[in-house]
Ligand binder design. Structure first.
Ligand SMILES: [Zn+2]
Ligand SMILES: [Zn+2]
Length: 234
C-alpha cells in the first residue's frame, strides 16, 4: 500500500464491488472476504476434451463440450451471471465506472492463472461502433487489459474491429444470434495473428455466437489456438 492509497482510503473508504460492504483500509482488489469465497475457481478438467469444468447451479458442466461446433478451442467463465455478479457487471457497463474493471476481472485472471492457460496475445471482442460512442468507453477492452497485465501477456486493443452495427444480442434467440453477428468483425491492418495462441476476452458468455464468430475470423487468418475467457456465463 502506498501513501496515496492510504490517504485516499481515509476519505473514500473502499467498498466491495459485489456486495457494497466496507473494506479495511488498503484492502485490495475491492472484493470482501465473503465474496472472494463466493465465486469458486474450479481446477477440474473435462474428461472428454480437457476443457475447464465450471458450475451451473452447482452442477458441473464443460462449456467447451456444450458449445461443440464453435470455432474456439476452450472457454472459461468463473461465475454465473446472476445475483451480485450480474449487478456489478451491469453497474460497470452502464455507469462506465472504469475502476471496477480490475476487481471484476480478478476471478477471470486468477482462474486462468490457476488453470495454466498460456497464450501469446490477449484480444477482446470489439465494441459495436454505435454503442461504443454512446457509452464512451470500450468496457470489454478495459477488462482484457487487466487480464493481460495479470497474466503478463501483451494486449492489443487495435487489432480487432466491429465493421457493422448489429442489434444487441441479449434479446435474440440462439439462431438469430448467429445470423445477426455473421461477418461483422474484421482485423485491422496492424494485426498479424498467424501462428499465435490467442486469449479472447468478452464480458458475458451466453451461447458463444459472438466469440465463435471472432474465433472463426482469427482462425481464418492463421491463429493456432483461441481460448475464450469471460467474467460470467449466463
Ligand atoms: Zn462483498
Ligand atoms: Zn469437454
Amino acid at each position: 500500500m502506498n501513501l496515496f492509497t492510504s490517504v485516499f482510503d481515509l476519505f473514500f473508504p473502499p467498498k466491495c464491488i459485489y456486495c457494497g460492504e466496507f473494506l479495511a483500509l488498503g484492502d485490495r482488489p475491492l472484493i470482501c472476504r465473503r465474496c472472494l469465497d463466493l465465486i469458486p475457481i474450479s481446477q477440474l478438467r473435462c474428461g472428454k476434451c480437457g476443457g475447464v469444468i465450471t458450475y451451473n447451479n452447482g452442477m458441473p458442466e464443460c462449456l467447451s463440450c456444450k458449445t461443440a461446433g464453435r470455432y474456439f478451442d476452450g472457454v472459461f467463465a468463473p461465475a454465473t451471471y446472476n445475483g451480485n455478479v450480474r449487478l456489478a457487471i451491469l453497474k460497470y457497463k452502464f455507469s462506465a465506472q472504469t475502476y471496477m474493471a480490475k476487481p471484476l476481472s480478478y476471478f477471470t485472471a486468477g482462474g486462468l492463472k490457476k488453470l495454466g492457460v498460456k497464450a501469446d496475445l490477449v484480444l477482446s471482442v470489439p465494441p459495436d461502433p454505435k454503442r461504443r460512442t454512446k457509452r464512451g468507453f470500450d468496457y470489454t477492452g478495459q477488462l482484457a487489459k487487466y487480464v493481460a497485465s495479470e497474466l503478463k501477456i501483451p494486449f492489443r486493443s487495435d487489432w480487432l474491429k466491429k465493421t457493422k452495427s448489429t442489434p444487441a444480442q441479449s434479446r435474440l434467440t440462439k439462431a438469430e444470434r448467429l445470423k445477426n453477428i455473421k461477418g461483422s468483425f474484421a482485423l485491422t491492418s496492424k494485426a498479424n495473428v498467424a501462428g499465435l495462441s490467442i486469449l479472447l476476452v468478452d464480458d458475458i458468455f451466453t451461447t458463444g455466437a459472438t466469440t465463435s464468430e471472432v474465433s472463426k475470423l482469427l482462425k481464418k487468418k492463421g491463429a493456432k489456438y483461441v481460448f475464450v475467457a469471460t467474467l460470467a456465463k449466463r
